[in-house]
Design a binder for this molecule. Structure first.
Ligand SMILES: C[S@@+](CC[C@H](N)C(=O)[O-])C[C@H]1O[C@@H](n2cnc3c(N)ncnc32)[C@H](O)[C@@H]1O
Length: 258
């Protein structure tokens, strides 16, 4: 994540968490962390899931967030003050060097789609997991299935400029291939659709113009913002309930065992 992206994510962290929280919680359910477990949160960003996982493992457990973006880790550290079972490491998860067989669970909310070598990254996660270790993450299905991204893009007329990196695990066959090549067993990708929202029209517009498929284009081309905003607002105004604008998020909830 570059600087522009992490500034944008940090600015809308609270509103974005409203959208993403139900999706992350679904993956946390699938992981089923137990009291006392140690969990690695890959690409933890501003840390909402670190807190959610910390609640699950309790004060006797441990949740370690790893992320490349210092600006987001700063927010995460602020948010987790007083939760002594949490800590953070700033580094590339691919080269994270926790001891072999030292953790119970690996978790991620949208933090595993941009590795330069996915098989190497997942092999590293497997190396750090105990023999009984479990993995669960949530990632996006395809852009075409994700109204949350295609509606803003189409409204702004900017589909052609989209960066497809966040959708790199859209094909569940690719996920299974990576997991198997990394040595994981019983890999399952379950499709999960959910209407998600940051609140009203203003909140949704603020988030969609900063992060996600359209947000990325706008933050890199700020001169496009005004036109995109009015077109996006017009499209959102057509929703059934503009007071609580929700769009469909199409995800995979992925689980596997070491
Ligand atoms: C889409 S954001 C999700 C952040 C957070 N999990 C959330 O749901 O709010 C992806 C995060 O993964 C981090 N990330 C991407 N590649 C990474 C890598 N190789 N190692 C560590 N963090 C990475 C980014 O810096 C970013 O914070």
């Amino acid at each position: 994540m570059n600087d522009l992206a992490s500034i944008a994510w940090a600015e809308v962290a609270d509103l974005l968490d409203l959208q993403l929280s139900p999706l992350g919680l679904r993956a946390i359910e699938a992981l089923s962390p137990r009291t006392g477990d140690s969990v690695l949160d890959v690409g933890c960003g501003a840390g909402q899931t670190v807190l959610q996982l910390a609640d699950r493992v309790g004060p006797g457990g441990r949740v370690t967030g790893v992320d490349l973006a210092p600006r987001l880790l700063e927010v995460a550290r602020r948010r987790t003050v007083g939760h002594s079972q949490t800590d953070f490491i700033e580094c590339d998860a691919l080269t994270l060097a926790l001891p072999e067989h030292s953790i119970d669970c690996v978790f991620s909310r949208f933090g595993v789609m941009a590795f330069r070598d996915s098989i190497a990254a997942f092999s590293n996660f497997r190396r750090m997991l105990k023999p009984t270790g479990r993995l669960a993450f949530v990632c996006w299905r395809s852009l075409d299935e994700n109204e949350l991204d295609y509606l803003p893009l189409r409204a702004a007329g900017l589909e052609a400029r989209v960066d497809l990196t966040p959708f790199s695990f859209a094909d569940s066959g690719d996920i299974r291939t990576v997991l198997e090549a990394a040595g994981f067993r019983d890999g399952v990708a379950e499709a999960h659709d959910e209407m998600v929202s940051s609140g009203d029209m203003d909140a949704m517009t603020a988030v969609l113009l900063k992060v996600g498929a359209l947000g990325r284009i706008i933050r890199e081309n700020p001169e496009m913002r005004a036109a995109a905003e009015s077109r996006l607002r017009a499209a959102l105004a057509e929703r059934r309930d503009p007071a609580a604008v929700a769009l469909n998020a199409a995800t995979w909830i992925v689980t596997a065992r070491r």
